[in-house]
Design a protein around this ligand. Structure first.
Ligand SMILES: Nc1ncnc2c1ncn2[C@@H]1O[C@H](COP(=O)(O)OP(=O)(O)OP(=O)(O)O)[C@@H](O)[C@H]1O
Ligand SMILES: [Mg+2]
Length: 121
């Protein structure tokens, strides 16, 4: 199992979600974050210390997948989040040691794969 962590442009979120859905990726967490990707730096003063910071609004996606889903997930993000100009973002693939589905106490492979049958409550 892997955790795919992607930081993308907010205005690419819809396209990314659509691409992931198309690849049958289900189950993800997103959050709005601020990030620094080495772009133009401006000098600001913070408590007398001069620091260089350039934070831009990004969206972070976290997607837990079984190993065979890593490539389709990454490729979907690469294809949908790209503009070709600096700041398109990053994708990290992290090893995952354990996954638990809380409702059923299923573990790992059984837990990472969303249940297709509709159980909504
Ligand atoms: N090494 C990193 N670690 C953690 N987050 C990062 C890292 N690099 C980039 N990010 C996140 O990704 C966002 C976008 O990064 P960015 O697209 O500028 O990456 P980059 O490698 O500089 O690529 P580019 O050359 O296209 O700018 C950043 O604002 C930050 O949130
Ligand atoms: Mg950058």
């Amino acid at each position: 199992m892997k955790l795919v962590v992607a930081v993308v442009r907010p205005d690419k979120l819809s396209a990314v979600l659509e691409a992931l859905f198309h690849e049958e990726v289900r189950g993800l967490t997103i959050g709005r974050v601020q990030g620094h990707g080495g772009e133009t730096e401006r000098v600001e003063t913070y408590r007398g210390t001069t620091v260089k910071m350039d934070l831009s609004e990004k969206v972070r996606l976290e997607i837990g997948v079984s190993d065979h889903f890593v490539a389709p997930t990454v490729n979907a993000i690469l294809a949908s989040a790209r503009t070709g100009t600096v700041g398109d973002g990053k994708i990290f693939v992290l090893p995952v040691e354990k996954v638990y589905r809380i409702r059923t106490a299923e573990e790992d492979q059984d837990a990472v794969t969303p249940v297709e049958r509709a159980v909504r409550a």
